[in-house]
Every structure is written in C-alpha cells, then in structure tokens.
Design a protein around this ligand. Structure first.
Ligand SMILES: Cc1cc2nc3c(=O)[nH]c(=O)nc-3n(C[C@H](O)[C@H](O)[C@H](O)COP(=O)(O)OP(=O)(O)OC[C@H]3O[C@@H](n4cnc5c(N)ncnc54)[C@H](O)[C@@H]3O)c2cc1C
Length: 620
C-alpha cells in the first residue's frame, strides 16, 4: 500500500485494513470488472438469464402463502404506530419458514434460490419495510449467511436447524467509533484457558435484531502473530444470547422502520468457545465483506418492491386526481415523472434480477454487480419516493392514520419515505459503495502500479514488472480507441435498442481509457479525488442499467413481439442514462472540485459561521 504514502497515519491504517480484507482473486468473470477494462462481455448478461420454470414455480407457491399470511395477519401502519412487531406475526412467519428461506432442506430450511429469496423480500418490503428488515438482517447478514459460506459442518448442524424453528440472528460489526471504517474497532476477544476460549468485551451499535436475537455474529479484534509481530486482526464469533455477559442496553429508534428491534449491545467478559469462530482467526473482516457481496442483494430487491408500490400509487392518483381541468397525470410535468418512474422501475428490476440470477448460477463473480445494484436501486428509489410524495401532493406528506381519520384512503406514502431513506446508509453507504467499486475497477491497473511503487520490491523485479506493463498497455490502450466497433452480431436487439447497446459497447472503452488517464494524471493523489472516481463509477452504474434493461427488454420482446412496452421502457431509461453519462464525462476534467474542496475546508474551520447566525442553535 505504498501507493497511499503521503497521507496521515490513521487514514493509511484504515486503507491497509480494508485492502487486507479485500478478496484479491477473481475466480470467475465479472461483467462490470470487464466493463471498466473496456470490454463489454455481452455473453455474461445476454440472453438475459431467467429463472428456470421449476424454480419460479417453487417461488410462486411460497410467495402466494406469504402474501396471504401478511394480508391476513400484519397491519403495517399499526407496527409503525406502536413500534412493536406482534408475536403472532413473528410466529406465523417462522411457521412459514421465513427465518430459514435460504437454508438448505438438509438443515430444515426452505432451500430457496437467491432469486426466490429476493422475491420474498421484494414482496414483504412492498407491504411493510420493518418486517422486511427483520427477515433480511437475520438471513442476509445475520448468522445463516456466513455460516452457509464459511461454517464448519459441526457449526451448520448445530445452528442452522434452530433458525428453521424460528430463532433469530443478528450481525454486529458497527461500533460508536466504527462506521464505514473498521480499523478503529475497540471490541476485543482475548484468548484464555490455552486459547480454548475467548473473552469478548466491547459495545456494538445499531445491531438490527440485536435485542431479540438468539444468536449473533460478532466481529472483534483478536491478537495474532503475523511475520513474528503481534498484530490485532478482526475475527468473527458466534455469540449466543444465553452466554453470561451479553446485554442489550438501549433500543435505538429511527426516522422510519419503527417496527424493527435495533439496539446497542454490550459484551462484558463473555466467554466464547474457540469452536464458535467462523472461518478462522483474523478472517472476520473478509467474512463480513464476502457475506455482504451477496447479502446486500436483498436491498435492491426491497427497493424494487417499493418502486412497484410507488408506481401503482402514483399511477392511480395521477389518473384520479383532477386539477386545472385535467387529471394531474395529463399535465406535462407530472406525466414525465410517471414515465421516468416506470422506466426506472424496469431498470431496477433488470439489474436486480440479473444479478440475483447470476448469484444462483455461480459462474460469474458478482461482487461488483451486487454493489452496483445496491447503489443503482437505492438512489433510484429515493428519487421515486420523492416523486411519489410530490404526485400525491399534501396527501403524500400526511400520515396514513390521519388520511383514514378524515375518511380518505390510508395510503402510507409518508411512512414509505421514512422507511426507505436508510437504504442509502446500511450495508455500505452510497459513498462507500462508490469507493469499493472504484477500487475494484482500478484493480487491473493497480496490480502493475502497486509493485512499482513498493520499496520492498527489488529493482530487478520492478524492471520485469515494468516491461510486462509496457507490453500490456501497448496493446490495451490503442484498443480503447476503437470507436467504430459495435456490439457483436450475436447480440440481437429490437431496432429501437440497438443504438443503446452500441452505446454501451463504445462507452465501455471510453470509460476504460478515461479511468486509465485519471490514474496516470493523479497517481497517488487520486485517493483524494473521490469526486473524480465517483463520476467514473456513476458512468459504470448507468451503463450497467442500460445494458441490463436492453438485455431484458430484448428477452421480453422476443417472447411477445406484439408488446412494445419493455422496449419503450428500456428506450426511455437508456436515453435518460446516456445524457447523465455524457454529463459525468464532461465533468471528469472540467469541474469545480478543488474550489469546492477549499471552500468546504473554510466552512469546517468556521470561516462561514456567520451564515449560521439568526437561528436558534441549541447545545445538544
Ligand atoms: C437502522 C440501522 C440499522 C443498522 N443495522 C446494522 C446491523 O445490523 N449491524 C451493523 O453492524 N451495523 C448496522 N448499522 C450500521 C450501518 O451499517 C452504519 O450506519 C453504516 O455502516 C455507516 O456507518 P456510520 O453511520 O457510522 O457512518 P460514518 O462511517 O461515520 O459515515 C458518515 C458519512 O461519511 C461518509 N464517509 C465515511 N467515510 C468516507 C470516505 N472515506 N469517503 C467519503 N465519504 C465517507 C459516509 O458515506 C456517510 O455519509 C445500522 C444502522 C442503522 C441506522
């Protein structure tokens, strides 16, 4: 990590910890990793990979039961109002197998595919955000997911059947000082009794399901000897609620998701047997990152559920509500919001189900696709819910109970907005997603650059690497200027979408050469140019949206050529996205980033404190 020399020690340490925990190998191809390298490998996403009919049937049957149960037993507004999830709802969900959706039948679970699991989360989140979070925190990041990925057979046999009976789990990584950056973790687990046990001490913040969890996966610093030196490394432990010293000291309350149980967890001298370590000493952070690679796919699925719901609410209201002599949906400004909402919902579904299916097929590396789906869908749903509130006007701001109280339909747009905001923060904030994606996108170049800048590597070795780099770039860079090359003949798109597919093909090369130019231009200083990196990620994000939407529209159109709908949706989405992409390219080298950065430093130093005058500032 000498590439980051010249930056302060704590930041360097944070970057080193993150770098160490990175999955360094790419065992399977990734559409997005290649896209950032200038290659649009349509084979990975075209034809659009669909769920098999058998898998769909399994999902349909389960979803029917789940929907019926939710409609008959769960009142989401009551959950929001009271802040409590009724016991009969949790019991009923457990009986349906909802706490063991992805757990294989051999351990008593439903053994659903990633697609069906995500469909279930989509369904639940369209109805009650809090309930969706109970389920997804438990099995997307809670104990089942890391156990399935890294647990020993003994651990799986011991714990997985308990979830099938309805026990609930949680994932505890965040601490008061540890948000996006785990390097400052204070929770420790020190070996005792010849290393047969670990004494866990510390506090974990915002642990979803924590106060009610039977079992948790807890990340803690453990001492290790690496290269003869004592180092602290993060290790993942299975911790049971019944272990003495485990305590939930405060239930946290939020802007939305009022029905979740989320707490500050305290661990005081909790004696954890060494058998409860998952994957091995020092592997905890990597485990968290790998778990999240697929785990965070439920967030875009949940966002899709919300987007479909918003589209329905907006469509009905924009037709029903008349102002100025016409339904509001016929006024140009509202009409475009609805069209864009429909096209964006189609794109959200396209990236989410593409990535979920790729996760099931296990032939591609989806770490970038999952992060991009999360970024794409969470930012899109925030625009969609904002438009939905606007389309509903005053009713969008009014609570469902109040609407009902004065005799109108209790449509909970206000609750939906409160519930949806968190998606841009949990399981990797939008900023951290962009940093993660840009790091992976640069990997192809950094594998040459890091060794060249590393003083520990001998000059002879460096010369070898330098020659390899020259050879690679002499071929690679000119290729990125092949502006005439279109999509391969095997990619057959409906006429209206062919231009968009060609745009993705060509723009991938433009993206790759711009990424390379940015690295060459800023070198070690690039670490400080987040806005430049983020523009490149935004371009990749929109290209992914266009490619997935066009591929899916082509599949749907081939099945039913008389229906132009999917083509029109993909067409509008692509046109909007291309305009955004062109703006991002324009801003890459011509921008106000430096000016803005300097101004922000002045603001932080209090130079503009006079702007804060004339209001009531309280001491909190
Ligand atoms: C409702 C809820 C449920 C949660 N559930 C869980 C859970 O079950 N388990 C768990 O472990 N945690 C959980 N969390 C914690 C959540 O994952 C964190 O809030 C999240 O990781 C961000 O950390 P932070 O809030 O401390 O923000 P910080 O890391 O302090 O960041 C604050 C802001 O700065 C930005 N930022 C930080 N670093 C950089 C950078 N290098 N460059 C640019 N911008 C940066 C962030 O993007 C963010 O906008 C939950 C939080 C909430 C609110």
């Amino acid at each position: 990590m000498e590439f980051v020399k010249g930056i302060d020690e704590s930041k360097k340490q944070a970057l080193e910890v993150a770098e160490e925990a990175r999955e360094k190998e790419w065992h399977h191809p990734s559409f997005l990793a290649q896209l950032f390298a200038g290659k649009c490998d349509w084979n990975l996403i075209y034809p659009y990979p669909e769920q098999t009919p058998e898998d769909k049937k399994t999902g349909d049957e389960f979803l029917d039961k789940l929907e019926k149960f939710l409609r008959e037993n769960l009142n989401p507004d009551e959950v929001d109002r009271t802040g409590e999830m009724p016991k009969h709802v949790l019991d009923g969900l457990a009986k349906l197998g909802c706490f063991a959706m992805k757990i294989p039948p051999t351990y008593g679970g439903l053994g659903l595919s990633q697609v069906n699991y995500n469909r279930a989360i989509q369904l639940v989140s369209s109805y009650c955000g809090s309930t969706a979070v109970w389920l997804s925190a438990h099995q997307s990041i809670g104990v089942p997911q890391p156990l399935l990925l890294f647990g020993t057979e003994e651990q799986k046999k011991k714990y997985l059947p308990r979830f099938a009976k309805g026990e609930i789990s949680a994932f505890a990584l965040t601490e008061p000082e540890v948000g996006s950056d785990p390097a400052k973790m204070k929770t420790t687990a020190m070996p005792v009794e010849n290393g047969n046990y670990y004494l866990l001490n510390g506090e974990k913040l915002w642990c979803t399901n924590g106060p009610v969890a039977d079992i948790m996966v807890v990340m803690a610093q453990t001492p290790m000897t690496v290269d003869g030196k004592e180092k602290k490394k993060i290790t993942a432990f299975i911790v049971e609620k019944t272990m003495p010293g485990v305590e939930s000291t405060h239930r946290c309350r939020f802007m939305g998701l009022n029905g979740i149980q989320n707490g500050l967890m305290r661990f005081k001298d909790v004696k954890v047997p060494k058998e409860n370590i998952i994957w091995g000493l020092g592997q905890g952070l990597k485990l968290a990152l790998v778990t999240l690679n697929t785990g965070r796919l439920t967030i875009p699925a949940a966002a899709c559920g919300a987007a479909k719901w918003c589209l329905n609410v907006s469509r009905i209201w924009a037709k029903e509500r008349e102002q100025w002599g016409a339904p509001i949906g016929h006024h140009d400004a509202i009409a475009y919001k609805i069209a864009s909402m429909a096209a964006t919902t189609f794109a959200m579904e396209s990236v989410t189900w593409l990535t979920s299916r790729l996760a099931d097929l296990k032939k591609t590396d989806i770490r970038l696709e999952a992060a991009m789906s999360k970024l794409f869908c969470t930012e899109a749903i925030w625009r969609i819910i904002d438009d939905t509130v606007q389309i509903r006007g005053g009713r969008g701001y009014e609570t469902a109970d109040s609407l009902r109280g004065r005799g109108e339909k209790g449509i909970p747009v206000e609750r939906a907005m409160r519930d949806l905001r968190i998606n841009l923060i949990i399981e990797g904030t939008s900023e951290i997603m962009r940093l993660f994606i840009s790091r992976e996108a640069m990997d192809q170049h950094l594998k040459f650059i890091f060794p060249l800048l590393n003083p520990k590597i001998k000059p002879a070795e460096k010369i070898k690497i330098l020659f390899a780099a020259i050879k690679y770039y002499t071929l690679w860079y000119p290729k990125q200027w092949m502006v005439w090359k279109n999509t391969p003949a095997s990619v057959v798109m409906p006429r209206e979408l062919q231009g968009h597919a060609n745009y993705v093909e060509k723009t991938a090369r433009k993206l790759a050469r711009n990424l390379f130019q940015v690295i060459m231009r800023y070198q070690a200083g690039l670490e400080k140019r987040e806005r430049v990196l983020f523009r490149l990620v935004n371009i990749g994000c929109d290209l992914f949206g266009i490619a997935a939407s066009c591929s899916r529209a082509a599949m749907l159109h081939a099945k039913n050529p008389s229906d132009q709908g999917p083509v029109e949706l993909a067409n509008l989405l692509s046109r909007e996205a291309e305009r955004r992409i062109n703006r991002q390219f324009h801003g890459l080298f011509k921008n106000d980033d430096r000016l803005g950065y300097k101004l922000s430093r002045d603001v932080l130093e209090g130079k503009y404190a006079w702007l804060e005058e004339g209001v009531i500032l309280q001491a909190y």
